[in-house]
Design a protein around this ligand. Structure first.
Ligand code: MSP
Length: 513
């Protein structure tokens, strides 16, 4: 079996400070990366910054900065966000790096070689903020201004010499690919969206600009700058040392297993990117997953609405595990979801503090008081103990399937339910009433509940890594044993060791906080 797994986030425009939308794409990708590692995969998880194009050049000018210096500073804020979000990315790519220039040049020459590029003139609408071309029927008037119906961004009329990519030639090939590979685009609703767009016919795509200079010049004609999306998408290959296709990174990790993106950039990833790759005679990624938007006050976050949520502030107030958990539990991954501080507090109190946190803390303090602070070594389990334990074990294939289909909602629902069941089992079995009456039965119950805590913690580990690691350390599970395989092994627990002490896992939040 191929045990390599390559997952990517979009590379972010360092045109301003990172916000919750950026954090969301990255946290989702990190959860999948962590889970696949727990499954024993060699995971390459890539993120980075998308630094070329007119949008960045304009922003740098506004700030009176040289674009490279401007990007150096802002890219650093995205890099430091990876630490704040506790991401496990193996690499952070910047499109201003030499390794990326090499790849983009190679892609360009492959497209020239396949005769998919020609020189002409572009006249049409362009949105600098989306770095996207729009057709006339995608434009509307709003308060005397022309905006894109799709994104709501301002567009401007552009007329300039441009190289074109023969996108029209790829309509049938793309449709065939979508048909043959039903899971190439997920969720299904997005797949349908893309298919109906492509079915309407594809126009050739302008892939160079001449009205600004910040970008990668077209080889042999440096009057032209390569279109920033052709430049940016190639990052997924640059990080594998492409064009060196003999390189171990490339041979192990291409094609990518999944590109995690937001729904607003689906067209680029599900149409343009596979078309470029087909033209360049390179394999296509296995999946493009488009998540929905995080809404603040039920609206998409934007500077002009002033409803931008700053992930760093929220993490300072509530904690990173808390934010990660909340985003996954409360926002249905493929759809848009509103978030509010009120819901976040409820989620921390009800799910994390009262359910999982309380379970761990109650059981550990009971063991400390009544069992010399050691997990009772008792395998005299009854049928209902074994059933409880087996319920998690038997569901592992289902849980893996949820993850492999980016179905985090059902995944988390099932795991939270395990935690409710474990709490109920502890309450219903009343080990405190058995201290004198039946100490052996009490020990069997405690053993069972610790096995459940171990297994639930492993399953929650990709989502709330810091807290679950603390719990697993408390029961002396070594880091190398934090794996899906360990769920199948009850004898992995060392009953000769004392439990380590554990501070409160999740502080309850008062309503005035
Ligand atoms: N630079 C391009 C991506 C190039 S990938 C080869 C880009 N950058 S971005 O910074 O504008 O956005 C990056 C990601 O953040 C996108 O996936 C986008 O969907 C996501 N989000 C931006 N705002 C968002 C929300 N409000 N909610 C959720 N995600 C959204 O596009």
């Amino acid at each position: 079996m191929n045990k390599n797994f390559y997952i990517t986030t979009p590379i972010y425009y360092p045109s301003g400070k990172p916000h919750m939308g950026h954090a969301y794409s990255s946290i989702i990708a990190d959860i999948f990366a962590r889970f696949k590692r727990l499954e024993g995969f060699d995971v390459l998880f890539l993120t980075g910054t998308d630094e070329h194009g007119q949008k960045i050049q304009k922003e740098a000018e506004k700030n009176n900065k040289d674009p490279k210096k401007f990007c150096d500073e802002l890219s650093e804020t995205f890099r430091s966000l990876t630490k704040i979000l506790n991401l496990t990315n193996n690499d952070f790519i910047r499109t201003t790096e030499p390794r990326h220039f090499k790849s983009v040049n190679e892609i360009w020459s492959r497209l020239i070689k396949s005769e998919d590029i020609y020189l002409d003139k572009y006249s049409g609408w362009y949105s600098v903020s989306d770095e996207a071309y729009y057709d006339t029927d995608e434009i509307e008037d709003k308060e005397g201004k022309k905006i894109s119906k799709i994104s709501g961004s301002l567009v401007e009329w552009v007329e300039e010499e441009s190289y074109f990519f023969k996108l029209s030639r790829f309509q049938k090939k793309l449709l065939d690919h979508y048909k043959k590979n039903k899971d190439f685009i997920l969720p299904k609703s997005r797949r349908n969206e893309v298919i109906s767009f492509v079915e309407k016919g594809l126009k050739d795509l302008s892939i160079s600009r001449t009205s600004f200079s910040w970008g990668i010049p077209v080889p042999d004609n440096d009057k032209h700058i390569i279109y920033v999306w052709l430049d940016a998408l190639t990052n997924y290959l640059s990080a594998l040392n492409f064009p060196n296709t003999d390189d171990k990174k490339y041979t192990s990790f291409w094609p990518a297993d999944v590109h995690i993106i937001g729904k607003d950039i689906l067209r680029f990833h599900a149409i343009y990117w596979p078309a470029f790759l087909l033209a360049a005679n390179l394999p296509l990624p296995k999946r493009v997953f488009g998540h929905g938007w995080i809404l603040s006050d039920d609206k998409k976050m934007s500077k002009s609405l002033g409803n931008i949520l700053d992930p760093i502030d929220i993490i300072k107030n509530y904690g990173i595990d808390q934010l990660r958990y909340y985003l996954i539990k409360e926002v249905s991954l493929g759809n848009d979801g509103s978030i509010s501080m009120e819901n976040l507090k409820n989620c921390i109190n009800n799910d994390l503090a009262n359910n999982y946190g309380n379970l761990c803390q109650r059981v550990f303090s009971f063991i400390k008081k009544n069992c010399n602070n050691k997990i009772p070594d008792n395998n005299n389990l009854k049928e209902n103990d074994i059933n409880l334990i087996n319920n998690i074990k038997n569901n592992i294939p289902k849980l893996i399937d949820f993850i492999d289909n980016q179905n985090l909602n059902d995944y988390i629902k099932m795991v939270v339910n395990f935690s409710f069941e474990a709490n109920k089992y502890f309450n219903d079995s009343e080990p405190w009433s058995l201290k004198e009456k039946d100490p052996n039965r009490m020990k069997a119950i405690l053993f069972t509940i610790i096995v459940q805590i171990k297994n639930i913690s492993i399953l929650l580990n990709p989502i709330i890594p810091i807290s679950t690691q603390k719990v697993l350390n408390t029961i002396n599970l070594s880091n190398k044993d934090i794996s899906i395989e360990s769920i199948k092994r009850d004898n992995i627990l060392d009953c000769s060791l004392e439990l380590k002490s554990l501070d409160i896992l999740f502080k309850k939040i008062d309503n005035d906080n």
